[in-house]
Write a protein that binds this ligand. Structure first.
Ligand SMILES: Cc1cc2nc3c(=O)[nH]c(=O)nc-3n(C[C@H](O)[C@H](O)[C@H](O)COP(=O)(O)O)c2cc1C
Length: 210
């Protein structure tokens, strides 16, 4: 089969203005719950797009680890490529695609570090191997497999059973300013509803052409 012949007819659901929650984070929570119930594989895997100081974009998957009343939280190495890009340009985009539901969610906004306490709490909940890995891996730096395994073994011995959180590792929160919910529909007449804040700071919903 040629790549050009791969296509789906989207017909599982509809998205109407009168069914939306009043805030995008509430609507996101509803859709996330539906993704869980639909047994979407890794529903919390999301593409994080950042840009460097020159405006050049880069994207990678990270895992959503929490939704609070401000935004979406994920954890990473603050010195990684994404960490450096976020330090230079603290705006980012998050993208979810849940094919089992024929849905996409795009979120854009400012990114801030979560509090050290919040990072500590999540770090302590991770399996020991992951906690040691956070110390062992200078994320996004060149390294050999041998060096990575040697560092991991040495640190497993020296750090013991309850390593503290490395200072270069922690959470970020994307506080959304614009959120688009996309529901696939037949004949490419998809539903696209966007939340944006108006001048009074209230959320306004606009339908966009697919
Ligand atoms: C399913 C999946 C989940 C991932 N989750 C994370 C994550 O939560 N945090 C993270 O730092 N990297 C995660 N990664 C690895 C990133 O995609 C990426 O390789 C890494 O963070 C380095 O990115 P950077 O060099 O752009 O900073 C994940 C990758 C995959 C495929």
């Amino acid at each position: 089969m040629s790549i050009a012949d791969i296509r789906q007819v989207y017909q599982k659901s509809v998205l109407l203005e009168n069914s939306l929650a009043s805030t995008p984070l509430e609507q996101f929570a509803v859709w996330f719950d539906e993704a869980l119930k639909a047994n979407v594989i890794e529903p919390n895997a999301m593409t994080l797009a950042t840009a460097d100081a020159g405006g050049r974009p880069s994207a990678r998957i990270v895992l959503l680890k929490g939704i609070d009343d401000q935004g979406l939280v994920f954890f990473t190495n603050y010195q990684s490529r994404k960490g450096q890009e976020l330090a230079a340009q603290p705006h980012a985009s998050l993208l979810f695609f849940w094919p089992e539901l024929e849905r996409q969610v795009r979120l854009e906004g400012k990114v801030e570090k979560v509090s050290p306490n919040e990072s500590d709490l999540y770090f302590e909940s991770r399996p020991l191997g992951s906690r040691i890995g956070a110390w062992a891996s200078p994320q996004s730096q060149p390294i050999s497999r041998e060096e990575l395994e040697r560092r991991s073994q040495e640190l497993a011995e020296s750090l013991g059973e309850s390593p503290s959180r490395p200072p270069h590792w922690g959470g970020y929160r994307l506080v959304p300013e614009r959120v688009e919910f996309w529901q696939g529909r037949p004949s490419r007449l998809h539903d696209r509803l966007v939340y944006e804040r108006n001048d009074l700071g209230q959320w306004q919903i606009t339908r966009l052409a697919p």
